[in-house]
Write a protein that binds this ligand. Sequence first.
Ligand SMILES: Cc1cc2nc3c(=O)[nH]c(=O)nc-3n(C[C@H](O)[C@H](O)[C@H](O)COP(=O)(O)OP(=O)(O)OC[C@H]3O[C@@H](n4cnc5c(N)ncnc54)[C@H](O)[C@@H]3O)c2cc1C
Ligand SMILES: NC(=O)c1ccc[n+]([C@@H]2O[C@H](COP(=O)([O-])OP(=O)(O)OC[C@H]3O[C@@H](n4cnc5c(N)ncnc54)[C@H](OP(=O)(O)O)[C@@H]3O)[C@@H](O)[C@H]2O)c1
Length: 448
Amino acid sequence: MASRVAVIGAGPCGLAQLDAFEDAREQGAEVPEIVCFEKQGDWGGLWNYTWRTGLDEHGDPVHGSMYRYLWSNGPKECLEFADYTFDEHFGQPIPSFPPREVLYDYITGRARKRNVRRHIQFSTAVRWVSYDQAAGKFAVTVAPSDGGPGRTEPFDHVIVATGHFSTPNVPSFPGFGQFPGRIMHSHDFRDAQEFAGKRLLVIGSSYSAEDIALQARKYGAQSVTISYRTAPMGFRWPAGISEVPLLTGVDGNKAEFADGTTCEVDAIVLCTGYQHSFGFIADELRLRTPNVLYPDHLYKGVFWLDNPDLMYLGMQDQFYTFTMFDGQAWYARDYVLGRLTLPSRADMATDIAHWRGRLAECRGPSDQIDFQGDYVADLYKDVDYPSYDVDLTRAHFKAWEHDKEVSITGYRDRSFSSPCTGSVTPVHHTPWWAALDDSMATFLGDPG
Ligand SMILES: Cc1cc2nc3c(=O)[nH]c(=O)nc-3n(C[C@H](O)[C@H](O)[C@H](O)COP(=O)(O)OP(=O)(O)OC[C@H]3O[C@@H](n4cnc5c(N)ncnc54)[C@H](O)[C@@H]3O)c2cc1C
Ligand SMILES: NC(=O)c1ccc[n+]([C@@H]2O[C@H](COP(=O)([O-])OP(=O)(O)OC[C@H]3O[C@@H](n4cnc5c(N)ncnc54)[C@H](OP(=O)(O)O)[C@@H]3O)[C@@H](O)[C@H]2O)c1
């Protein structure tokens, strides 16, 4: 059995990995030494909200991309841990679209229950990972942020769980250098109230653009113009929000678009996505991929093709989140424990090509939901993760897509049933569009 496993990152993926090993240990398995390195001072990854932007207190890039008033953008039933349900955590059914603080409490609740904190070295960034062929081990160099000396330790397995929504993709447009207002990337967006009374331009047509446009208007922006590159989102936007083709440039406050139209704007938020960035991993081990549902070079979406003792969790674009991370973590665990063997490199490459070929044939969100649902189910079939109704989560995702088409401000007012317990959750006491207070106390309590 391998003797040491490094888990890099204590966000939802890293915590899922620690939980998976703890689950095996509780059932009597002999588990190797697990060391989790987390560069932040606490766990939860992106869900651990920070007001900071730019560099952190140690001069490292801030990891956090979440903002105040962020609510789940998908039904919580589609991310429910089958080994730790919402009903178990909250002691009662709660509505389907919780705000960030509530989901943070849930994620960390499982980690507290399983007491996995003891495995985590906080404020310890991994600076370099390489593989020593002769020794058959990875060398992991870490730097404690208290200024103490860095050190390099050997590991038999390395599991990368550092996320991929933290290094912004930041394009530029003609005239930006002279624009008289604020220009920022969504990575640095923290509080929609900053834009109250302003005319905001949002660039991008995915989840960040959608949500930041809505947030800004909800908290008082005078108008929001959303500029798309490939295709508009096409929702029935509330008054004050509109979509236009791609920005061609700005001239003072005047924004000009590809269809020749113009409008005056006071501030710009680039919701132009993120880069998979692993500057701490040696070249030959480093995943390079755009944000897609099945990155190349990862068998089962997890194992580095050229050296499966290196694993990556959560590197896919995501309909499924926590439940997909659990499937990956259970799979990685069972490989490390020797319960699962992997096929030859050629067979793994063929399998990856098969999935990616299927992905290329997906036509729209419904196919993509089925694709990722199939991927998640494919992971579960080989591991002992508690069973739950995956087909119901696909149906929920498709209903959710439909609800968004019907009402982009009202889709969070719907309720779904749990694929784990079957319980039907209540509708939130306040419509999302009118709910300005996102605290856990208000969400769970009486609105008064
Ligand atoms: C704005 C925004 C909103 C989102 N909203 C939702 C939502 O509503 N619902 C949903 O299901 N998902 C949402 N997501 C998706 C999100 O990716 C997942 O929910 C989840 O946080 C991913 O977990 P992770 O562990 O892969 O990564 P992360 O949460 O990013 O955690 C990675 C961890 O690794 C640590 N780390 C990074 N580099 C190093 C290093 N070199 N050394 C040591 N530690 C390191 C980081 O500090 C961090 O703690 C959202 C994402 C964004 C950006
Ligand atoms: N809970 C919430 O409400 C919430 C809120 C925000 C984000 N999130 C999550 O955060 C994650 C990331 O979402 P994201 O929207 O930031 O990233 P994303 O889904 O990767 O989308 C990136 C967007 O940027 C656009 N883009 C990239 N380069 C561009 C350029 N040069 N010019 C113009 N447009 C460009 C892309 O346009 P093309 O389509 O043309 O490629 C795409 O629309 C998702 O998992 C999402 O669920 C959740």
